[in-house]
Design a protein. Structure first.
Length: 227
């Protein structure tokens, strides 16, 4: 079975919380997932400082995972260490931020970005370009742990409603903490728009690439065997 190495940038002693993204990818795509989390980042990644702190930790975990998995997924919308990991390992590597943004562009042209703060992660903005139509964030939410509270859930729905009022035709969850909340289905039901879960977008992109590589290897082996 295909195995994905999934790197979380949130430090937590709660194993259920840390394995939520891996469980979602496993259930959606039928792959085995080996999850690892960085240390000393209890608030995850929510600004430039925490992004820069996470990047070398992501790189170190990727180096450890490289001989155990078929591909690597960075489960963070700011894609910390993405380019460095791609330069280090000879495996497909996908970041949730850029994958989510690409998926949103496949579904609409006025992308409403649900983020933590007034500006979305650079990895998201670089892909969206002029199609970044509106950016909204839940009031009172500073980092991913704040989302997992009653007020965080309430304010997330309010922020999504503002994106709809702005005229967005697709919503991108530009914080992987929203995957931990499990709000995508409810957002789709309430507002009738496509909602892109960045974690599942990354899982989809990576599993498709791994399937293509597997098919290519099988074809090459068959060709070699029939010569």
């Amino acid at each position: 079975m295909t195995r994905i190495g999934l790197i979380r940038v949130l430090t937590s002693s709660n194993p259920r919380l840390l394995n939520l993204h891996g469980h979602a990818v496993r259930e959606a795509f039928g792959v085995d997932v080996l999850s690892r989390a960085v240390q000393e980042q209890p608030e995850g990644v929510h600004d430039r400082q925490t992004h820069d702190a996470a990047a070398p930790k992501v790189l170190a975990i990727a180096a450890e995972l490289a001989h155990q998995v078929d591909g690597i997924m960075i489960s963070c919308s700011s894609d910390p260490g993405l380019d460095e990991v791609r330069g280090l390992v000879d495996l497909p590597v996908v970041g949730a931020g850029s994958a989510g943004a690409a998926a949103a562009l496949a579904l609409g042209s006025r992308v409403g970005v649900l983020a933590l703060g007034s500006a979305p992660p650079r990895a998201v903005s670089q892909v969206l370009g002029s199609h970044q139509y509106s950016v909204r964030s839940p009031d009172g939410v500073r980092h991913t742990q704040d989302l997992l509270t009653p007020s965080g859930v309430y304010e997330t729905y309010r922020a999504a409603e503002r994106l709809v009022d702005d005229g967005a035709d697709v919503i991108l969850q530009a914080c992987t903490g929203l995957t931990s909340m499990g709000v995508a289905l409810e957002l789709r039901r309430r507002y009738g728009l496509p909602v892109v879960d960045a974690v599942l977008a990354a899982g989809s992109a990576l599993t498709l690439q791994l399937a293509a590589l597997g098919a290519q290897r099988s074809s090459e082996q068959l060709t070699a065997a029939t010569r």
